[in-house]
Design a protein around this ligand. Sequence first.
Ligand code: ZN
Length: 215
Amino acid sequence: MENERLLVIFPHPDDEAFSSAGTIMQHAETKGPVTYVCLTLGEMGRNMGRPIFTNREELPHIRKQEMIEAAKRMMIEDLQLWGLRDKTVEFEDEALLAGRFRDLIRELRPSRVISFYPGYAVHPDHEATARAVVRSLRSIDAEERPEFLAVAFANNTRDDLGPAHVVNDVSAYTDRKIAALEAHASQTGGLLKAIEEDPHLRDLLVNERYYHYPL
Ligand SMILES: [Zn+2]
């Protein structure tokens, strides 16, 4: 096996599973170790399980345990929970956060980085994460810069950006992607029903799409 590392950076537990579980597992099986930097514990999430099984006080603890279990299912070797406050990533100092990402990239030397695409990431925490990731990558010399695969899912993505640059067929991982999503139980209760009803979600279980963001 080649020894290439994949670095995944998202703000919330479950962002990684919805967007990239198949790609993560494929990388872990065929290319090398995976690091997931999850910036918050998603403690301000609106879902408390369906049926409800937790509350606002317990949620950070529950989501942390769910994240650890999901990481195991996705064969993520290195799970880093940075413990920023949920829903406040947009108020973090962008230069500081980008500096932390740059230091980590220098340390781990990943061949690929996965995060959100600025402007097409929908949620303020997602956008702030995407901007800091781009800033960190721009601060690294082009020869040393890892490939950046950006997740875009705003409604206007296809109209503005065209078809995805990388379409990863993850149909061999569909069952295990569902299992990874189910590990985030407080957020994904009723998932199987949602899959039946939502063609976008169904597609996400077989194809993971990425754009190359111009750096
Ligand atoms: Zn999120």
